[in-house]
Write a protein that binds this ligand. Sequence first.
Ligand code: B12
Ligand code: SF4
Ligand code: SF4
Length: 229
Amino acid sequence: MRGSGLETVLSAITQTGLVPRGAFLLSDEDQRGVLAGVRAIVLAGMAGRDGWSAFAASPEAADGADHPLDRWSRRLIEGLARDLGALALFPFGGPPFWPFQQWARRSEPVHPSPIGLLIHPRYGLWHSYRGALAFREALDVPELAAAPSPCDSCRERWCLNTCPVGAFSGGGYDVAACAGHLEGPAGEDCMDAGCRARRACPVGAEHAYGPGQASFTMRAFLWAREAAR
Ligand code: B12
Ligand code: SF4
Ligand code: SF4
């Protein structure tokens, strides 16, 4: 890598408008296939509303072509990879998919919530990943301190009891029930303000996406389903 380690990478990510989302060192076991020889991975994404304004102001957000957020992420993260001598990896574009949620758990104190999304101690369920930079050098990644999940002390489990079609009541995520609801008139609330189950969680509620960000992610979810049909 050209630069002086992790701090350089984190600061380069921040300068693009994305949010650095932690880093981890790979084990020998991890270093297979495309990841052969990769020693460190740094994640970039959005946290609460941070990151969204950079996308909203981008040419991709306004050009009317498909997959604006993915194209924006590619442009920024591939640019960083070129500048820093890294390999760019993305959560989209599969299957197969890179295991971003597993990588995230090695990078930041995030934990799986009962609805499948990772919960962050500060941002709650309001965060996501836009890409990763893979380095052949072992960067100076600090050890991740163990931290309890906010879900451990949440007896109410609001997230499991709020979905109007019970999409999380069977232990998994009933994607068809959710999408069916979103496509009908009763789905307007989730479509405009974001997933009701996600909004029911009190952790990081002040970081909930604003209307533009929430409705964009919900529309993107439905577009992706249509494209896969
Ligand atoms: C496939 C996929 C989906 C599928 C889920 C399939 C399923 N039966 O659960 C669908 C299309 C339904 C989906 C939906 C959503 N997803 Co999704 N999804 C992915 C994706 C692209 C691949 C997952 C995978 O197969 N990984 C490979 C395996 C090996 O890795 P893994 O870490 O073990 O992955 C498992 C989990 O990720 C789980 N999973 C994936 N998405 C979801 C969503 C929910 C709600 C649940 C319960 C589980 C789940 O399924 C994987 C296989 O077991 C990941 C990105 C990525 N590359 O990881 C995003 C990802 C997991 N999704 C994400 C999000 C935010 C969503 C949505 C909430 C999008 C939105 N609207 O904002 C929606 C849920 C709709 C809603 N009600 O709001 C985020 C999660 C961030 C976080 N905080 O944890 C990710 C990481 C994408 C990102 N760019 O950040 N998703
Ligand atoms: S409502 Fe409770 S159980 Fe559900 S995600 Fe939030 S803290 Fe975790
Ligand atoms: S988006 Fe609405 S219908 Fe879908 S899982 Fe969330 S609360 Fe349920």
